[in-house]
Write a protein that binds this ligand. Structure first.
Ligand SMILES: NC(=O)c1ccc[n+]([C@@H]2O[C@H](COP(=O)([O-])OP(=O)(O)OC[C@H]3O[C@@H](n4cnc5c(N)ncnc54)[C@H](O)[C@@H]3O)[C@@H](O)[C@H]2O)c1
Ligand SMILES: O=C(O)C1=N[C@H](C(=O)O)CCC1
Length: 264
């Protein structure tokens, strides 16, 4: 039996790619394509909106559905609303949306005590592998004699609404944990004084249609390491979210990441 999937934010840039790829996956049946009450795509066929063939599923607002699992690529407030909906209907949820406030993250963590949730700022296998490499590099370089300056540079498209990216923040958490660093510095301007050894620097570039690029710079005196991962389109994220949804069905309540999904 195919897994019945609902996609939240289905008319967005990511939602459309999830619809397009999931509709070609024999292990998946799309049963709901959800959008905001103000969306002018409501009532339109989700497959056609995604640029493919007619699917027979109209875009609708959140309501009761036969879904076994939900994928969310929307905006933070809508993400919280779908968490609440999944909590009430006891449905597993893959949260790919970024930009949540700390209290919203607490709400998600509390929800994960009752339903299974995959919550990851990047669904990409390559990005999650580079997170593992970053952890290894951080641990090896922690006590490097000259000291190590870590800076995280991310580039995304001009439409992105949050900065730095959720992925950059996650890279920063990994570095902080691996190297014992405590200060997160967002950009620099003016007479900042010398860089301190406790800093992790973040730089968010917004240009054109870039689907996502992250570079982690480990700068020593005499040598530099850069770990870079770049998407050329959004399908790496959509495929990862579909993989996570399949993996999540039947799991016990809990908070999972792509680390668990990918077995990293
Ligand atoms: N985790 C990942 O791998 C990953 C990858 C790409 C994007 N993202 C994140 O996913 C989110 C969406 O990105 P995008 O580029 O598709 O954005 P987008 O703006 O193109 O799409 C968001 C969609 O959510 C819809 N939406 C807004 N309010 C809603 C509501 N109340 N109910 C239902 N739908 C609602 C919008 O109408 C829109 O269609 C962003 O937070 C982005 O950072 C995460
Ligand atoms: O397009 C976006 O928006 C992306 N957001 C994610 C993030 O904030 O980390 C990463 C993938 C693309």
């Amino acid at each position: 039996m195919p897994i019945k999937l609902a996609i939240h934010g289905a008319a967005g840039r990511m939602g459309r790619r999830v619809v397009a790829l999931a509709s070609q996956d024999k292990q998946i049946q799309i049963v709901a394509a959800l959008e905001s009450a103000g969306s002018h795509f409501l009532g339109h066929d989700a497959g056609l909106v995604a640029g493919g063939e007619k699917l027979g599923v109209s875009l609708s607002v959140v309501g009761e559905s036969a879904a076994d699992v939900v994928i969310d690529f929307s905006v933070p407030d809508a993400g919280i609303a779908i968490v609440d909906h999944c909590l009430q209907s006891k449905k597993p949820l893959v949260i790919a949306t970024t930009g949540f406030e700390p209290d919203q993250k607490e709400f998600i963590a509390a929800a994960a005590e009752q339903i299974p949730i995959v919550f990851a700022p990047s669904m990409s296998t390559a990005v999650n592998l580079v997170m593992k490499l970053t952890e290894i590099a951080g641990k090896v370089l922690k006590d490097y004699p000259s000291g190590v300056d870590v800076e995280i540079i991310e580039r995304h498209h001009r439409f992105k609404e949050d900065a730095p990216s959720g992925t950059a923040l996650k890279f920063g958490e990994i570095v902080a944990e691996a190297m014992g660093l405590t200060d997160h510095v967002h950009g620099r301007e003016g007479r900042t004084g010398k860089r301190t050894p406790q800093e992790i620097g973040y730089h968010a570039v917004r240009t054109g249609d870039n689907p996502g690029e992250h570079t982690i710079v480990f700068g020593m005196l005499g040598e530099t390491i850069e770990l870079r991962v770049a998407a050329s389109n959004r399908d790496c994220y959509a495929q990862g979210a579909i993989l996570a949804a399949k993996w999540l069905v039947g799991r016990p309540a809990g908070m999972y990441g792509m680390k668990e999904v990918l077995g990293l």
